[in-house]
Each structure stands twice: as structure tokens, then as C-alpha cells.
Design a protein around this ligand. Structure first.
Ligand code: MN
Length: 737
């Protein structure tokens, strides 16, 4: 077994392999610091504790991360498990390193007790919200990976608990960050403890046939390499058996034995250029029979986690199917280490780039494949989940609340009964004030009592969520109705006296009805109650009464006056209309028909003209003039010659309508998300969609018939250009006939 010093030398060698100018002095210092502080602590397997941080640093180095990450990973358990402090680490290794170590420590202190599916997504988000620096998450994943690798020395109970957590929280995070290799290892190690029998079944079956498998993989590899060498395509080819957990999932999801699991084998072909990728694909499909419907082009359309590759499944000579993944070396680095590879590229870059990295992660997390430009810019400015805070119930359930939320918000989010009977709150076991601002990862416990007096009015200003506030308001409305009515009534009466209005006059039915009508109150008691709980003021109510009393006496006179004015207006309008009819020579549709006054006009359905188009009119039998575009086949010169007397010159007037319906035909190569892209183009152009029909052809085309509302030709042209710019759109034409 290697000595501690040998392991450290191995770490340094790994780092030197990708970063010759790493800060080896500080890395050594961090190693010595951790060794000294962990002192004689032992791991469960009996090795000195320092082997753990060393191994975590080794994993981080294999991800090729920067010096600060290596230093922080060596120190990652110091704050939690030794007498070392944040300040001490900051003094010796800088604030950035101390912040990362502190971040990892906070994540370590989060304890998950829930097993509920719907909680998992919140837990994952919480981890991100708590890690202000992505390196915190990467070190936490490396920490978990090493702990899972050495899990055999733990109690069965702890093994299952950690395996569950890893499967549900850490493996999905690794996946989202694009870290394929680590995700697989986490899944396999988890499976080993979650279903030992199933794991054993798969690994022993694979082991039994391993020489057979190896012979098959060697043969295929040789065939591919020989062909590519012959074509002078520089390549690296290797085969692997799919990892146990992915086989396990297929076996159980499809209820199959290991022999029946489709494509147990995967081959990888790494080449230099994207062009070579497609060349290799052709070669593979030439060598082996491709399985229809299994080809996927993640180069043209990368996965949300930036994964790029060509995937195809083929059947070899022996009738054994296998998958082939084809990608460039750069794509491969991203596939294996995901965000870590990305981080490496960004190393030493400027701040903006760092923010860009966060943005990229944020989008990954939310899986916003179709985020539009405005959202994108908005998201650039905010931190990850900075508008939310994630806290635990004592049972271990995660609740998310708006940032700045207090125990009051938490209590009402559990249930209004909990909020209404709250007498105190504990956070992480300590009593706190009702205005305490909750922080990510806090465990919140609400103390309730049957004798609680209910919420107080200032809770309304302390609560951050509208949910809590409306529940508090609700309580005041209901629980104290009698008291509210009495208080409201006396306030109302006092205000009336002040205004010099007798009560009898104020509550006379014709006045009261008018006072209540514009509000939500059905009865006088409702009004009193609202005044009582503060939802309405007595001043406001009396003001209305006063207005209404005055209005009643004026009412008749005002009504007579209004009637007279209305009649006058009516007459004036009629005269105006008459004058207008005389002076204008165009129809209401914005079309001027030469020589004809005020005739019926309709737009031809075949070519749907819009303002700006060259147009011509056709006098129909029975329905006035039909307007065509001059380039409509139905208005061709030949047609016009047939019935010369019925064609008439028309032009666009100045009083065009707000919008005109017109039709477009869009021909595209079919692909996923096409409909989304087209709808987005239409909505960003601000055109209304009156109809949308799509049909696909057997040879892979999609044809959209769009019916849209536009104001004029300029807007229509803009829409056409926008549609043209969508990838895989081949042709956009205005429909005719
Ligand atoms: Mn650790």
C-alpha cells in the first residue's frame, strides 16, 4: 500500500500533467495543514483521515481543475472536523479558498431525511442555491464519490441511506453538469447497496462472460480501426460494456434478463473534426447494418447539458447489436467531465466569463431549451435561485419560500391553522424572533398552542409571501367578525356625526344600496366588519354616503340634463355620418374603388391581400368587388382578357383597418422543436395567429399552413424573413389558390 507521501506525490504528478504552473507551494502547504489538523483521526477502514482529502483532491485533479480547487479539496473537512477555522484558512490560503471550504462545510451539514420523490428536485436546487461557487458543488461530488468508494466499512443502515441520497441527489446533479463518468460510478456504487442482489446478478453475469465479450469487442474494434486507417482518418476507438446500473434499469424497466437486454456494448470513436464524425458514421453504416430509428445527431442539436456526439445502433456480423458513439476529442472532454471541463477552459478568464459560466449552469438546471432572448438577458443578471430560499421542516421536507421569508411565512405555508396558532419559532434548534430571515438549509420548527391569540396585525408587514399575508387577512376577517362589526359600527357612527348626517338618512335603502354596490360588501354588517378589521375605512364609507345623499337630490335634474345632451349628440352624429357618406368614395375596408361609391368589397380568399400589395378588383355577380393581388393566378392577364369589362382598378385608401388576415405556406425539413420555433418567431413579430395547420410528409418534410393577422406588407415581409431564418425552414411563400 502506498504511503501518504507517495499518494501526495501521485497527486502532484497528476496536476503537473495538465497545469505545469499550478501553485505547488500552496498545495503542499494545504496538504501539510490538513494532515496536521486531522492529526491522529482515523477513517472507518483504519487508514489515517488525511487519505480522504488526498483522494478527493486526486478526483478533483483528474477533472483538471485549478489550484484553488485542489487546495480547497485538501482542506474540505478541516472546518467541520478539526479545530481549524474559516479565519485561519482565509489568512493562510486566501478568502476564495476559505469560501469554498466554508461552502462545502455547509453542504455537509445538510441532512436529508425525506424519501419523497417530489422533494428531490427541491433538494437538488437547494444545494445549488447554497453553493455560490460551482467549485463547491464539484468538490462535494468528489467527496461523495470517495465516500461511496469506501462505503463498505459503514453500517448497513448508513450504506443504504447514503446510497439513496447519492442515487437521488448527487448522480442527477453530476448528470446535469454533464459529468458522465462520475455519474455512472455514483450510480453503480449506489446500486451495490440499494439492491445488492440485482447488482451481484449483473456483475457476476458480466464477469462470467467477460472473455467472450472481450473477444467480440476486440474484433469489432479491429474492424473499425482497419477501415478508418485505410481511409486515413486519424482515430481512437474503444469498446466498453454498458455500466451495471444502465443494464439494471433496462432489465427492470423492460422486464428482461441480462441476455435479452438490447445493446450491451458501446463503442466510441474519437476523431479530430466534426467533418470526420460524419465520415465515420458513413463508414460504420457501411460496415454494419444500422437499426432504423436509433440514429441521433447530438452534434447538430446538443443536449441541454452541452453533450455532443453522434449515436447510432448497428448489428454486427454475429447478429449482436451494439451502439457506436462518434465525437471529437473536445466533445469527449465535455462528455466525461462536463462543467469541470468547461470550468477548466474558463480558468484565469475575466469576471464576465465567470458569470457566463453561472448562466450556463442556471439554464442547464432549469432546462430552458427554449428560453427567448429577453429571458436570457434577464437571467444573466441574477444569481442562481437568489429569489428563493430553501428550508427544512423538522421531518426533513424541503419548502421553498420567497427570499427574505420569515417563520411566519413558513408557518402559513405549512397550513393556515399552524400560522394562526403559532406562539414561537425555532431555527436549527434555537428560538428566534418572528422577523428572523430564513436562510438556505435552516431547519424550521413552529411552536403552536391551542390558547394562541392568533396573528397580530404587524405580522402582515413582517410576512414576505402573499400567501401568508392573505391568510392572515382572512383570519382577521373571519375569526373576529362580531367584534369587528361592533367596532366598525361605532367608528362609522362617529364619522357620520362628524359629517352632520343623521343615521336614518345614511341607512335609507336607496342610499345604502348605492353605497354598498361599488364595493364587495353585500350587507351593512359586512361593511361594518370590514371597517372593524381594517379592510376599509369609516371615512371612506361616510364620504360615499355624503356623496350619495347629495347625488340623490341632484339626480332628477341631472338625468333630465343628460337626456337632453344625449339627444343633441345623437342628432349631431347622424348629420356627421351623412356628410361623411357624401364626401368619401371608399369603402369601410380601406379600399378605394375607382368610379364606384361605397360599394361592397371583399378580399379574395385565394391570395389574401394586405396593404402595400399591388391589387386589382373584380366585379362579382352578387357580392360587390372582390380584391385580388395582381400576382394572383386568378387575376392573371389571361383571365383579365376573358372578361375585360368586369376588372376594375382599386387602390389602398388611408383609413385601412388594424389588421388583415393573410396566409403563408412554410416548407421545412421536419425536426423536434420546429413548432416551438415557428410559434416563437410569430409571437416575437407580434402577429396574431388565426390558424395553423401542419402536415408531415413520408419523406421527412413538414408543411405549415399559417393564417395570420398583419397590419401591412412591411410587417408581413418582416415575418417572412424571420421564418426564413429558422433552421431547417426551406421555403416560405404566400398562399395562392
Ligand atoms: Mn469529506
Amino acid at each position: 500500500m502506498a504511503t501518504i507521501e507517495e499518494r501526495y506525490q501521485h497527486l502532484e504528478k497528476t496536476i503537473r500533467g495538465y497545469n505545469i504552473s499550478a501553485d505547488f507551494k500552496q498545495i503542499r502547504a494545504a496538504f501539510e495543514y490538513a494532515r496536521e489538523h486531522h492529526g491522529s483521526q482515523l477513517r472507518r477502514d483504519g487508514t489515517p483521515y488525511i487519505t480522504h482529502p488526498l483522494n478527493v483532491a486526486q478526483i478533483i485533479a483528474e477533472m483538471r481543475l485549478d489550484s484553488e480547487s485542489i487546495i480547497a479539496s485538501l482542506l474540505h473537512d478541516c472546518i467541520e472536523d478539526t479545530d481549524s477555522t474559516y479565519d485561519d484558512i482565509a489568512k493562510k490560503f486566501g478568502v476564495t479558498v476559505a469560501d469554498i471550504v466554508d461552502g462545502v462545510t455547509k453542504l455537509t451539514r445538510v441532512h436529508y431525511t425525506t424519501m419523497e420523490e417530489e422533494q428531490m428536485e427541491n433538494l437538488r436546487k437547494m444545494l445549488f442555491a447554497m453553493s455560490k461557487d460551482i467549485r463547491v458543488i464539484l468538490i462535494k461530488i468528489a467527496d461523495r464519490l470517495h465516500n461511496m468508494r469506501t462505503m463498505e466499512y459503514q453500517t448497513p443502515e448508513k450504506q443504504r441511506k447514503k446510497a439513496f441520497e447519492t442515487m437521488e441527489i448527487y448522480a442527477p446533479i453530476a448528470h446535469r453538469l454533464g459529468m458522465q463518468k462520475i455519474k455512472w460510478e455514483l450510480e453503480d456504487l449506489s446500486l451495490k447497496y440499494l439492491d445488492p442482489v440485482g447488482y451481484e446478478e449483473i456483475t457476476s453475469a458480466l464477469a462470467k462472460r467477460s472473455s467472450e465479450h472481450q473477444a467480440f469487442m476486440d474484433r469489432v474494434q479491429e474492424e473499425i480501426v482497419a477501415k478508418l486507417d485505410e481511409l486515413k482518418i486519424e482515430n481512437t476507438v474503444y469498446g466498453r460494456i454498458k455500466h451495471p446500473y444502465s443494464i439494471y434499469r433496462k432489465m427492470y424497466a423492460q422486464d428482461k434478463t441480462i441476455d435479452e437486454v438490447y445493446d450491451l456494448f458501446a463503442f466510441r470513436v474519437l476523431v479530430n473534426t466534426v467533418a470526420d464524425c460524419y465520415n465515420v458514421l458513413g463508414v460504420i453504416h457501411d460496415l454494419y447494418k444500422p437499426v432504423i430509428g436509433r440514429f441521433k445527431d447530438y452534434i447538430a442539436t446538443p443536449k441541454p447539458n452541452m453533450y455532443q456526439s453522434l449515436h447510432t445502433t448497428v448489428i454486427g456480423d454475429e447478429g449482436i447489436p451494439f451502439e457506436v458513439q462518434i465525437r471529437t476529442y473536445d466533445m469527449h472532454a465535455i462528455a466525461e467531465y462536463g462543467v469541470a471541463a468547461h470550468w477548466k477552459y474558463k480558468q484565469g478568464a475575466q469576471r464576465e466569463d465567470k458569470e457566463h459560466t453561472y448562466e450556463w449552469i442556471r439554464r442547464l438546471l432549469e432546462n430552458q431549451e427554449d428560453a427567448d432572448a429577453e429571458d436570457f438577458i434577464h437571467n444573466l443578471k441574477v444569481d442562481m435561485f437568489s429569489d428563493e430560499v430553501f428550508v427544512f421542516t423538522p421531518r426533513g421536507d424541503v419548502t421553498n419560500l420567497p427570499a427574505g421569508a420569515t417563520p411566519i411565512d413558513f408557518a402559513y405555508s405549512v397550513h393556515s391553522a399552524v400560522g394562526n396558532s403559532m406562539v414561537g419559532a425555532k431555527v436549527n434548534g434555537r428560538m428566534v424572533g418572528f422577523d428572523y430571515q430564513l436562510r438556505n438549509g435552516d431547519i424550521v420548527e413552529i411552536l403552536t398552542s391551542k390558547n394562541a391569540k392568533g396573528p397580530s396585525r404587524d405580522w402582515m408587514t413582517i410576512a414576505k409571501s402573499s400567501e401568508a399575508r392573505s391568510k392572515i387577512r382572512q383570519w382577521f376577517k373571519k375569526e373576529r367578525r362580531d367584534e369587528n362589526i361592533a367596532n366598525g359600527r361605532s367608528a362609522f357612527e362617529a364619522e357620520l356625526r362628524h359629517a352632520g348626517i343623521p343615521m336614518s338618512k345614511a341607512v335609507a335603502p336607496e342610499v345604502l344600496e348605492k353605497v354598498l354596490k361599488p364595493t364587495n360588501f353585500n350587507t351593512l354588517d359586512d361593511l361594518y366588519a370590514a371597517i372593524g378589521y381594517g379592510g376599509y375605512t369609516a371615512q371612506k364609507a361616510v364620504h360615499r354616503v355624503r356623496e350619495e345623499v347629495a347625488a340623490q337630490s341632484r339626480a332628477e335634474r341631472a338625468a333630465a340634463e343628460a337626456a337632453r345632451q344625449a339627444a343633441e349628440k345623437e342628432q349631431q352624429k347622424a348629420e356627421e355620418q351623412k356628410a361623411e357618406r357624401k364626401s368619401r368614395t371608399k369603402s369601410e375596408k380601406g379600399i378605394i374603388v375607382e368610379g364606384l361609391d361605397n360599394c361592397l368589397v371583399k378580399f379574395a380568399k385565394c391570395c389574401t391581400p394586405v396593404p402595400g400589395d399591388d391589387i386589382v378588383g373584380f366585379i362579382t355577380r352578387g357580392y360587390g368587388v372582390s380584391v385580388h393581388r395582381t400576382d394572383c393566378p386568378n387575376a392573371s392577364p389571361e383571365r383579365q382578357k376573358e372578361e375585360p369589362g368586369r376588372w376594375i382598378r382599386v387602390s389602398w385608401g388611408s383609413d385601412i383597418r388594424e389588421s388583415y388576415v393573410t396566409s403563408l405556406e412554410v416548407v421545412c425539413k421536419d425536426r423536434s422543436n420546429l413548432l416551438v420555433d415557428i410559434s416563437t418567431a410569430l409571437s416575437t413579430s407580434k402577429v396574431g395567429v388565426a390558424g395553423l395547420n401542419v402536415h408531415t410528409t413520408s419523406d421527412g418534410f413538414a408543411i405549415f399552413d399559417l393564417s395570420i393577422n398583419v397590419t401591412d406588407r412591411a410587417q408581413l415581409d418582416a415575418v417572412v424573413t424571420k421564418l426564413h431564418n429558422i433552421s431547417s425552414v426551406i421555403k416560405v411563400t404566400r398562399s395562392v389558390g
